[in-house]
Design a protein around this ligand. Structure first.
Ligand code: XMP
Length: 547
């Protein structure tokens, strides 16, 4: 939908680098709409998209190897500014007549760099800064018409430019946070060099999307499986604004949600909430617990939870009858990963509502968030008035607490893990908030503890603030003593990770006093628990979830 609208656009051509989505996100942070395409996309298609600029990403190969991903020299003759990053820079240099060779030493990590700040690429950036390098190869000879605009100790052409043709190459990665001025460089490219004015903004996205949803849906009926997660909630909010009661949301409470979550979702979207839509809550807890009784194998548990969801949803869909549209909360990373990703091994089968289209009687799918990154989805949610606790929710797996209870799932165990998890999250949030308020005060900024500005709060969070944190229930019981009584109870595992992309993660260094407070509250307040462990494993070899 977004891509159909008339707006400025930059395209990212993906050569298989690990940061391709990050590049696109940085462009969007500069308020310029951007989409990712495979390097195999025909030149004609690229021309037809009329992009304001083209960015070539990094990639795993060496551009001089036979069969390496490549591009046509004509790409650089379209009169459209091009920025090559790492592999992209090397490829551009090679295709245009420069030379790329294997470096004597692999350059990797933080590297000091000297910039020619008269180049528009580096406008407003200090001459001496650092950048993130990760390459085996280097540009040993610039292509004709190009000059060096940055150097490092080992790299005579750390960045190259042909100002006349507006072609630029950076051998480092401006998109990663380790290049402190990298976002500014990308902004310089899209705003100063490509001339984009910056019309990508979530408020106008909401208005345009609501208008185009109205046009597309007309007086049709729409059905949405609402999980209470960020994506489906924001999709519900947009559709509700567009077509009101023509939208029916089915929310399946499988009894594996976090504490009070079912009621929170109902509070926002149900009868007494602030959205105009039909809300159906299915309380399927007992059904799920019955199906899961005696099952301990993780993949089997995931399968049962997924299949049962389809069954419950199907029953509801039958009651509703035929609909015109089935709405889905697909977001841009899902699109990119399924369209461009290679074959990766199934480590855990992820439970999404992907099976739905097979049995719901509908004519068409609508995906109003198809072109948004997660942080943009959250921003849209805020614009729609969805409460902060819902839009800033942590990732929560489809099978829910079912995979945070090691071994057999029972109602009793769900209650234990819900209570322990609620305490853990509350204590982490409070400690981080307190820290942020103090941190901001040192900068002369006041944050209201009762009703904080969340953006500000996040800015001042402590370095240990995890990206995902939750409690899980181990399958282990052990002996303890409480008062004068011997106990034989469960052990709770506390998980907290720092991660950028959830593919790799490190345990977060939560202060010991915070952990102690959590432990003490959990053991005192949650019956059935007499021990707490803090999981310090990284991913790999561990995973973030326990099953
Ligand atoms: P793992 O455990 O694979 O988790 O390191 C990586 C991220 O994915 C989330 N996760 C899931 N999300 N369905 C989901 O929608 C699932 O089955 C699922 N399993 C893991 C996990 O919470 C973490 O953010």
């Amino acid at each position: 939908m977004a891509s159909e609208m008339k707006r400025e656009k930059v395209i990212v051509i993906d050569f298989g680098g690990q940061y391709n989505q990050l590049v696109a996100r940085r462009v969007r942070e500069a308020h310029v709409y951007c989409e990712i395409f495979s390097y195999r996309t025909p030149l004609e298609e690229i021309r037809a998209m009329k992009p304001l600029g083209i960015i070539l990403t990094g990639g795993p190969n060496s551009c001089y190897e036979p069969g390496a991903a490549t591009c046509s020299p004509e790409l650089f003759e379209l009169g459209i500014p091009v920025l090559g990053l790492c592999y992209g820079a090397q490829l551009m240099s090679q295709v245009l007549g420069g030379k790329v060779e294997r470096a004597a030493n692999r350059e990797y990590g933080h590297t000091d760099i000297t910039l020619d700040t008269t180049s528009p690429m580096f406008a407003g950036i200090p001459e001496k800064t650092t950048c993130w390098m990760s390459h085996f190869d280097y540009i040993s000879k610039a292509a004709p018409g190009f000059r060096a605009i940055a150097t490092t100790e080992n790299c005579p052409f750390a960045a190259v430019a042909n100002d006349e043709k507006k072609l630029y190459g950076l051998q480092f990665h401006p998109e990663v946070l380790h290049t402190p001025c990298g976002s500014k460089m990308i902004e310089n490219f899209v705003r100063k060099i490509c001339g984009a004015k910056g019309d990508w903004e979530m408020g106008s996205f909401v208005d345009e999307t609501v208008a185009s949803l109205r046009e597309k849906i007309g007086d049709g009926k729409v059905l949405l499986a609402l999980s209470g997660g960020v994506d489906s909630s924001v999709a519900a909010g947009l559709l509700s604004r567009a077509v009101g009661k023509q939208l029916t949301c089915v929310f399946v409470d499988h009894g594996l949600l976090r504490k009070d979550e079912g009621d929170q979702v109902e509070g926002v979207f149900g009868e007494n909430g602030s959205f105009d839509l039909n809300f159906i809550r299915v309380n399927a807890q007992e059904r799920y617990y019955k199906k899961l009784a005696g099952v301990t194998e993780p993949e089997r548990k995931r399968k049962i939870i997924g299949e049962e969801f389809i069954r419950v949803f199907e029953e509801e869909a039958k009651k509703i009858g035929a609909v015109d549209f089935l709405a889905q909360g697909t977001i841009y990373p899902d699109v990119v990963e399924s369209g461009l990703g290679g074959e990766s091994a199934v480590i855990k089968s992820h439970h999404n509502v992907g099976g739905l289209p097979d049995f719901v009687d509908f004519k068409e799918i609508v995906e109003p968030l198809r072109y948004l990154f997660k942080d943009e989805v959250r921003e849209v949610g805020r614009k729609l008035g969805i409460p902060e606790y819902l839009v800033s929710r942590q990732p929560f797996p489809g099978p829910g607490l079912g995979i945070r209870i090691i071994g057999e799932v029972t109602g009793e165990k769900v209650k234990i893990v819900q209570d322990a998890d609620a305490i853990y999250r509350e204590e982490i949030d409070n400690a981080a908030k307190e820290f942020a308020i103090g941190n901001a005060a040192a900068d002369g900024i006041t944050i209201d503890g009762e009703n904080p500005d969340y953006k500000l709060l996040r800015k001042y969070y402590p370095a240990w603030m995890p990206d995902q944190y939750f409690a899980a229930l181990t399958n282990m019981r052990s002996v303890g003593v409480m008062g004068d009584e011997r106990t034989y109870d469960y052990a709770v595992a506390l998980r907290a990770v720092k991660t950028v992309d959830f593919m790799t993660a490190e345990a977060a260094a939560i202060p010991f006093d915070v952990l102690q407070r959590v432990m003490s509250r959990i053991i005192n307040e949650v019956r059935g628990v007499n021990r707490c462990f803090y999981d310090i494993s990284s991913k790999p070899p561990g995973t973030i979830e326990f099953e």
